[in-house]
Design a protein around this ligand. Structure first.
Ligand code: H2U
Ligand code: ZN
Length: 342
């Protein structure tokens, strides 16, 4: 096995391949350079639609909240009372109604903070809100999948620097979750252990792709990573949802979220953009012992605060590809300090 020559790696969660071309990191760069995103300077911005007490674009006004604040998305992509229908013309024109709910979660009243710049105790409050939202939305019989996520930074399409995330919760199982359900279920049938606990045990032995860890969570660059500094946050105990975590495990989650986001900011000394989100069991009331809770961080930056990876060309038409290996990315992240550069 020569991992310095071009090769493919398999993602066992999605069963998709990624092409790895380590020799290409030498090539010159004359492409697009993004502007550096400076952190917000104001603790309160009178024009921000997420700051406490301010009016939102939809006409509502935020309360003078002092910790976290959840509201129904004023421009929701899903509506709870969508009438049910299905249509199928010769298997070629296929459509179905989709019911659901969209919510926005403000992580902090402070406009200038980010997860990386919030104390662990405040991230823990965010974790507790996620748990409460998972239980509440998942408890609705019309909702079978609860997708918790954060788009961070303009580069990822976030509309506002105020620290916030979203939840889209809907009836049918979304594509990514469906792929992970199948693979984890088949693995569990064959091995009587979860795919991610066996994978984690292998990574803990090798240690070369682990970025940071505590007793309850491990952050690593997965063997099959597509994005340059992509990471996977895995619970050491195989639970299927954040709602199953003990109070101590929730603290552990807040701790690793703090540590990985600080490392990201320190990597290129910028407020690091990413999309992150949790994958959890469906909320259809069934048990999912094969499903292992985890979070994905998908950051777009490649080699500096201004050089972004684009998923174009061969990647759009054929398969994803990366130059920097998962091992090199993990080493970069691991060697960074856990104190914020600011
Ligand atoms: P993003 O930054 O990830 O786009 O999330 C912000 C969300 O906030 C977005 O989905 C909603 C948008 O619809 N929003 C409101 O619900 N009310 C507003 O006043 C502005 C934005
Ligand atoms: Zn704000």
């Amino acid at each position: 096995m020569d991992l310095s020559a071009p090769h493919r790696r398999l993602n066992p969660l999605t069963r998709e391949w990624v092409l790895v071309s380590p020799q290409r990191t030498q090539r010159p760069w004359q492409g697009q350079v993004e502007s550096v995103s400076a952190p917000a300077a104001l603790t309160y911005d009178p024009t921000c639609y997420l700051c406490p007490g301010n009016p939102r674009a939809g006409g509502a006004r935020n309360p003078a909240y002092s910790q976290t604040f959840v509201f129904e998305n004023d421009f929701a992509a899903l509506k709870p009372d969508t009438p049910e229908w299905e249509s199928n013309e010769s298997g070629l024109l296929v459509a179905a109604s989709e019911a659901g709910r969209c919510r926005v979660i403000c992580f902090s009243p402070r406009h200038d903070l980010t997860l990386a710049r919030m104390p662990v105790s405040e991230i823990e409050r965010v974790v507790n809100v996620w748990v409460q939202q998972f239980n509440e939305l998942g408890g609705d019989p019309r909702i079978n999948a609860v997708q918790i996520f954060e788009n961070r930074g303009e580069m990822m399409g976030s509309s506002n620097p105020h620290p916030h995330g979203q939840i889209w919760a809907n009836k049918s199982i979304p594509n990514e979750l469906a792929k992970e359900l199948t693979s984890q279920n088949e693995y569990f049938q064959a091995h009587s252990s979860t795919l991610l606990s066996d994978y984690l045990a292998m990574e803990q032995q090798k240690a070369d792709r682990i970025v940071c860890a505590n007793d309850h969570f491990v952050v690593l660059v997965p063997f099959w990573a597509v994005w340059p500094f992509e990471t996977l946050v895995i619970s050491t105990r195989p639970v299927s949802a954040i709602a199953d975590l003990s109070a101590e495990e929730r603290q552990g989650l807040a701790d690793v979220l703090h540590r990985i986001t600080v490392r990201y900011d320190n990597l290129f000394r910028t407020s690091f953009p990413y999309t992150m989100g949790f994958h959890q069991r469906p909320t259809d009331g069934r048990d999912y012992p094969s499903f292992h809770l985890h979070a994905h961080f998908y950051p777009p930056l490649l080699r500096s605060a201004t050089v972004k990876k684009f998923m174009v060309g061969y990647e759009m038409l054929a398969m994803p590809q990366r130059d920097i290996t998962a091992e090199a990315a993990a080493r970069n992240l691991r060697e960074l300090p856990e104190r914020h550069y600011l």
